[in-house]
Structure formats: structure tokens, C-alpha cells
Design a protein around this ligand. Structure first.
Ligand SMILES: NC(=O)c1ccc[n+]([C@@H]2O[C@H](COP(=O)([O-])OP(=O)(O)OC[C@H]3O[C@@H](n4cnc5c(N)ncnc54)[C@H](OP(=O)(O)O)[C@@H]3O)[C@@H](O)[C@H]2O)c1
Length: 240
């Protein structure tokens, strides 16, 4: 039977590329999303991959969402924690809500989803968890204390959970993308983006597929000895 993968935020941007890459590895993929039904429908029409709506920041919704996927597709073998948001602002302008929303979605979502799938992976003695961090969690970024803290937290979460999974065939790794050409980066003002691209040694933004290929490797049987690691895919912008 085909392995089952959940990709959170799997209906657009980097998540869409990951969903497609895992489908192309013959996995049965469930792509989760938050609320953009139109984009989710278009994604399913384009790819044939089922989309499931729930909020990863909501613990109970994650339990219920994973139970639905298990019912409809089977036990979950692979989890890619990709869902993420930005609510940028310097600390002078950042509200408590902007802080909470980013921490609860980007970092809390990883915990909520891992809680829901880890017991089944442990029972079946095989699992792959890949968490999408960020170059800005490694290096920090002006105007992003919330985002950088959440993404930095993901890297610690990855190292700790990998130790809990190692003896039962579960690997836990992170990928730290640099600047990738998606809606999230399209929201950055043009003049700021130009300055960012000027600092990328390869001289361009990354493509979502370039992150997806890294995720696909980490989810494969070939990557069984890779755990607790962070793979930076950033065009040489930050060497960690
Ligand atoms: N783009 C970059 O340059 C870059 C760089 C480093 C790291 N990253 C990280 O890579 C990941 C993907 O980024 P992206 O640029 O592809 O983002 P994106 O284009 O904005 O897509 C975000 C996806 O996450 C989903 N999502 C957001 N909040 C959610 C929630 N609470 N529950 C469930 N799903 C939720 C969205 O669903 P809806 O469609 O329903 O809104 C959408 O599918 C994020 O974790 C981001 O922080 C991105």
C-alpha cells in the first residue's frame, strides 16, 4: 500500500511543490490549507491531490484533521510541517496578536501536527517528519522578531524530536529555505526585494521545486540515517 503524507500549507507556494514531489514519489498526499478554498480547488483540479482544510494553530482541529486523513487515505507515514505566515513589523509596531499568531501557526502548528501523527509512526516503526524553517530563523531579520523566533524554534524542535524518534525509525529534519519565489515573497516591497536578491550569491530567488527536491530526499528510504539535521537551501546567502 502506498505511504500517506500530509503537507501542511500544501496547496500553494512551496507547499504545492512539495505535495507534487511526494505524489511523484508514489505517495498518497493530503494537502492541508487554512482558508483559501479557491486556490485549494484549483490545486486539486491541477494535481489530482486531495485538499483538507484546518487551522494548524488549533490543536483540536489538527487532531480531527489527521483523523479525517487517516479515515479517507490511511495511516500517516510522512508529515511535512510547511504551513507558515508572516506578520512583519519592528517591535515598536508589533502587537501581541501579531506575535501570537505567528508563533501559534509557524511553531505551534509543528507541535500540534507532530502530536497527532507521532504515536502512529512509532507503532508502525517508520516515519518521516520534515519541518520548514527559514534563513531568517538562522540569521534573524529586521522587523521579524515573531517570525525569526518561531522559525528558530523549529530548528530546536527538530533536533529534540529527532532524538525521540531515532530508535523507532522516525527521522525528523528541517529545511531552511532562503528567499523563494512565492506569494509570501511577492508581498515584500520591490525595492526591498531588489536589495535582498543582490545579497544572494547565485543572483536569483529560489524556486519552490528546489525546496521540494530536498524534502523529497529527506522523506525517502535513502535518508534513513539523516536525522536532526537542517538543510539550508538558500543560494549561498547564509552559511550556517
Ligand atoms: N517563500 C519564501 O521565501 C520562504 C522562505 C523561507 C521559509 N519559507 C517558509 O516556507 C513555508 C511556505 O511558504 P510559502 O512562501 O510557500 O507560503 P505561501 O505561498 O504564503 O503559502 C502558505 C500556505 O500555508 C497555508 N497556511 C497558512 N496558515 C495556515 C494555517 N494556520 N493552517 C493551515 N495552513 C495554513 C496557506 O493556506 P491558504 O492557501 O488557505 O491561505 C498556504 O497553503 C512557510 O513556512 C514559510 O515560512 C518561505
Amino acid at each position: 500500500m502506498a505511504r500517506v503524507a500530509i503537507v501542511t500549507g500544501g496547496t500553494r507556494g512551496i507547499g504545492e511543490a512539495i505535495s507534487v514531489a511526494l505524489r511523484d514519489m508514489e505517495l498518497t498526499v493530503a494537502a492541508n490549507y487554512a482558508g483559501n478554498d479557491e486556490r485549494a480547488r484549483a490545486f486539486t483540479d491541477r494535481t489530482g491531490i486531495a485538499a483538507f482544510k484546518w487551522d494548524v494553530a488549533d490543536y483540536d482541529a489538527c487532531q480531527a484533521g489527521v483523523a479525517r486523513v487517516v479515515d479517507e487515505l490511511g495511516p500517516v507515514d510522512v508529515l511535512v510541517n510547511n504551513a507558515g505566515i508572516t506578520r512583519d513589523g519592528t517591535i515598536m509596531k508589533l502587537s501581541y496578536e501579531m506575535w501570537r499568531e505567528v508563533i501559534d501557526t509557524n511553531l505551534g502548528g509543528c507541535f500540534n501536527m507532530a502530536k497527532a501523527v507521532f504515536p502512529g509512526m512509532r507503532d508502525r516503526k517508520w516515519g518521516r517528519i520534515v519541518n520548514i524553517g527559514s534563513i531568517n530563523g538562522q540569521a534573524g531579520q529586521y522587523g521579524q522578531v515573531n517570525y525569526a523566533a518561531a522559525k528558530s524554534g523549529i530548528h530546536g524542535f527538530t533536533k529534540a524530536l529527532s532524538q525521540e524518534g531515532a530508535r523507532t525509525g522516525i527521522t525528523v529534519n528541517a529545511i531552511a529555505p532562503g528567499y523563494i519565489d512565492t506569494d509570501m515573497v511577492a508581498a515584500v516591497p520591490g525595492e526591498v526585494l531588489e536589495k535582498i536578491v543582490a545579497k544572494i550569491p547565485v543572483g536569483r530567488l529560489g524556486q519552490a521545486q528546489e525546496i521540494a527536491r530536498g524534502v523529497a530526499f529527506l522523506c525517502s528510504d535513502d535518508a534513513g540515517f539523516v536525522t536532526g539535521s537542517t538543510l539550508s537551501i538558500n543560494g549561498g546567502q547564509h552559511m550556517y
